[in-house]
Every structure is written in C-alpha cells, then in structure tokens.
Design a protein around this ligand. Structure first.
Ligand SMILES: O=c1ccn([C@H]2C[C@H](O)[C@@H](COP(=O)(O)OP(=O)(O)OP(=O)(O)O)O2)c(=O)[nH]1
Ligand SMILES: [Mg+2]
Length: 151
C-alpha cells in the first residue's frame, strides 16, 4: 500500500546504538510503536510517572496531529499507561516527543532502552472558527447529558 502522507522526523539524541525508527508493526496497524530512548533502565514505582524520551522530533504536515496512545499489553500486564492519554503532538511542535508514562500497578516496573512504550497515531484534524451567538438552535437532547439517557 502506498502511504500518501510523509512525516519528517529528526533524531534528537546521539547514541552508539541508535534505535530503529518507528514503523507499523503489522500490515494495517493504526499506530507506529514508539521506543524508549533511554540509557540503560528506568524504574517506575507504584503511581510514579515520567516523561520518557523517544529521541524523535516530528514535523507533521499542517492540519495533522499525532496522538500518543498506550499499548494495551503494557496496560493489562503491568498497569503502565499514559497519564494524559491521548497525548497530543501539534503540527507546529518541533521538540522531542515524550511519552508520559505512569505505573498504576502496585509493583515497580522497569523499562529498558529500546522497549516499545506507546503508539503514535497520525490523524487529520479539523480546525474551526467560533461564532458567538445569544441563542443556539434547539435539539431533542437539549441540555441533558452525563447519564441523562439512563444507565
Ligand atoms: O504526551 C505528550 C504531550 C505533548 N507533547 C508535546 C507535543 C505537543 O505539541 C506539546 C504541547 O502539548 P500540550 O498542548 O498537550 O501541553 P500543554 O501543557 O498545553 O503545553 P503547551 O502550553 O506548550 O501547549 O508537547 C509530548 O511530547 N508528549
Ligand atoms: Mg497546549
């Protein structure tokens, strides 16, 4: 399959053993797995969090974003998830992409260099202009929300 959207990527760290660039792990995977670009190991104790470097800076095309999402295997097996899931990478951000991992388990979790810690999903975004009005058109739902239709 031809992938029509190119995302420019730059390595922001130097290391004698560079990590492979993220890639789609299966033919139709929605996300590319991101790896921890750390030296050695990093241990997250219970309820501890860290901004884990990926070693990568992106230049997304205008009107695209990248979402950082948890890997379900890490979440299920180890309680490791993203504190701000989904993390948002803006198209104008040129800094290093970091993954805000948190350990929600009761056991320490040790991350090693190159481990896959999250997935990056690139999507088009709509940008809108706001039009301020005194009245909005009515709907059947109206102001009902937060369980108004029942459990
Ligand atoms: O998990 C994340 C979330 C964000 N970012 C980077 C990319 C994003 O474009 C920038 C700002 O993120 P966000 O808007 O979520 O954070 P903020 O607290 O609102 O910071 P800012 O005031 O810089 O927008 O930080 C990451 O590397 N990882
Ligand atoms: Mg922001």
């Amino acid at each position: 399959m031809v992938l029509p959207v190119t995302v420019r990527v730059r390595r922001v760290r130097t290391h004698p053993e560079p990590l492979p660039l993220p890639r789609y792990e299966t033919a139709l995977a929605a996300g590319m797995d991101l790896r921890a670009d750390i030296d050695g190991e990093l241990t997250l104790g219970p309820m501890e969090r860290a901004a884990v470097p990926t070693g990568l800076a992106l230049a997304l095309p205008p009107d695209y974003e990248a979402q950082l999402r948890p890997r379900s295997g890490l979440a299920l097996r180890h309680g490791i998830t993203l504190l701000n899931s989904p993390g948002t990478v803006d198209a104008d951000y040129r800094g290093e992409v970091k993954v805000l991992l948190v350990n929600l388990s009761q056991e320490p979790f040790t991350l090693r260099r190159g481990e896959r810690i999250a997935q990056l999903v690139v999507s088009p975004v709509s940008r809108v202009s706001l039009l301020e009005l005194e009245l909005l058109e009515t709907t059947e739902r109206g102001e009902g929300g937060f369980g108004s239709t029942g459990r």
